[in-house]
Design a protein around this ligand. Structure first.
Ligand code: SF4
Ligand code: SF4
Length: 352
C-alpha cells in the first residue's frame, strides 16, 4: 500500500509544550467514537491529559461529552481557538459532514449559537473557522473519515467525510493532511495511539505520521482483518461455518475480513479482548471508504468469497486429511519408550 510522501514541518517551529484538543461531536453521528475512546488503555485519555506519559506536551481536552464545562463556558474554548488564543490546537471531528449548501433553509448539524443572530452555528461553519488554524486535524470514526452510514446512497443530507469536505490536497497549519482513524465506532486504542503519535510529532519527537492513500495510519490499517483472525486456520483448511455459533471461518455467512483493512482481530476491542470475527461476528468492513454500500447486503457471502472458498475447499480438504495423519502421528509417543528389558532407542555404545 502506498504511503503519503509528506515533508515534515520544521522541528523548531512545530515543537510545542502545550496543546489543546478541540473535539467536535456535532457531525452526523451517534457520539459512539467518544464513548469508545473512554475505553482506551494504550494510552488512556486519563494518562494523556494527566501528564503521565513522558515527553508529551501538556494536553487540554475539550470534548462536549467528557467536559466539565457546559453551554457558553464550554463554547468559549472554540471562540478562543478561532481568535488564535489557543494555539497550537488539534481539531478532532466526529460524525459525517452534511452538505449545508444544498439547503435553502434550516441546517443539518450545528454546535452552539451565534450571539449576534441567535441562530445555530453549523458544524460546517466551525470546520471552516477552525481547520485552517489547526496544527492538525483528525477525523475520528468512519462517519467523519468517509461518511459512513449517513452517507449511504439515497441519503438526504449529501454528507461526506472530512477529507472530502476540506479537499484531498488540504493541509493543516503544520502541513499535515486530515488524519483518518476509521471504525464504527473507532477502536479506542487506535484513536488514542494516533493522538499520541501526533502529540509526539507536535513536540518534535517523532517524524511525519505515516499515512496510506486513504489517510489512515499505516501501522494500524496496513493489514486485513483476515490476516489477524483467530479463524484463519479454518479458512485455510476449507472449514466453513454455515450458521452462527460455530468456531469455524465465517466467510460463507458474510465475513468481509479478507479484504477489509482493520486490526481488531489482532488488537481486540478492550484489553485485547474481542475483534469481530474472533468472537463470532462477521466483519462488515466498517473501516473501509466504501462502507456500507459496497458491502451490503450484510450476511450474504461476499462475491469473491464463493470462488476463493470453492478453491480453498478442494485444496483445504487435502491439507486437512494430510494434517490429520500427521496430527495422529504426533499424538503417539515414540515406540522406544517402554520398560521392556531390551533397549530399542537405537543407541550405539562407543567402544574405546
Ligand atoms: S472469519 Fe472472516 S476474517 Fe476470519 S478467517 Fe474467516 S473470512 Fe477470514
Ligand atoms: S473487523 Fe470488520 S466490522 Fe469489525 S471493526 Fe474491523 S472492519 Fe469493522
Amino acid at each position: 500500500m502506498a504511503t503519503q510522501s509528506l515533508q515534515p514541518p520544521s522541528a523548531p517551529k512545530s515543537a510545542v509544550s502545550e496543546v489543546h484538543i478541540l473535539w467536535i461531536t456535532a457531525g452526523l453521528s451517534c457520539d459512539g467514537d467518544t464513548i469508545s475512546v473512554t475505553n482506551a488503555e494504550q494510552p488512556s485519555i486519563e494518562d494523556v491529559v494527566m501528564g503521565a506519559i513522558p515527553g508529551l506536551p501538556k494536553v487540554h481536552l475539550h470534548n462536549p461529552v467528557l467536559a466539565t464545562e457546559v453551554g457558553d463556558e464550554f463554547m468559549e474554548f472554540f471562540y478562543q481557538a478561532e481568535k488564535g488564543q489557543l494555539d497550537p490546537f488539534v481539531l478532532v471531528v466526529e460524525g459525517s459532514i452534511p452538505n449545508e449548501g444544498i439547503k435553502r433553509e434550516g441546517y443539518w448539524a450545528a454546535l452552539g449559537t451565534n450571539p449576534n443572530t441567535g441562530q445555530p452555528i453549523t458544524t460546517c461553519e466551525w470546520i471552516d473557522r477552525l481547520a485552517p488554524k489547526a496544527w492538525g486535524v483528525i477525523a475520528a470514526g468512519t462517519c467523519a473519515t468517509y461518511g459512513g452510514i449517513h452517507a449511504m446512497a439515497g441519503n438526504p443530507t449529501g454528507c461526506m467525510g472530512l477529507a472530502n469536505y476540506l479537499g484531498k490536497s488540504w493541509r493543516s497549519a503544520a502541513g499535515l493532511p486530515v488524519v483518518n482513524v476509521p471504525g464504527c465506532p473507532v477502536q479506542p486504542d487506535n484513536m488514542m495511539e494516533t493522538v499520541l503519535y501526533l502529540l509526539y510529532q507536535a513536540a518534535g519527537l517523532s517524524p511525519m505520521i505515516p499515512l496510506d492513500e486513504q489517510l489512515r495510519p499505516t501501522w494500524l490499517f496496513g493489514k486485513t482483518v483476515h490476516e489477524g483472525c483467530d479463524r484463519a486456520g479454518y479458512y485455510e483448511q476449507g472449514d466453513f461455518a454455515h450458521e452462527y455459533g460455530s468456531p469455524k471461518c465465517l466467510v460463507k455467512i458474510g465475513c468481509w475480513g479478507p479484504v477489509a483493512n482493520c486490526n481488531v482481530t489482532k488488537r481486540g476491542w478492550m484489553r485485547g479482548i474481542g475483534g469481530c470475527p474472533n468472537v463470532g461476528g462477521i466483519c462488515i468492513a466498517c473501516t473501509m471508504p466504501g462502507f456500507p454500500d459496497k458491502f451490503m447486503p450484510f450476511m450474504d457471502q461476499p462475491p469473491g468469497a464463493s470462488l476463493s472458498s470453492v478453491i480453498v475447499v478442494s485444496y483445504g480438504s487435502l491439507i486437512r486429511s494430510l494434517r490429520s495423519i500427521t496430527n495422529a502421528s504426533g499424538n503417539k509417543e515414540p515406540r522406544w519408550r517402554h520398560r521392556r528389558p531390551k533397549l530399542t532407542t537405537g543407541y550405539q555404545p562407543t567402544s574405546y
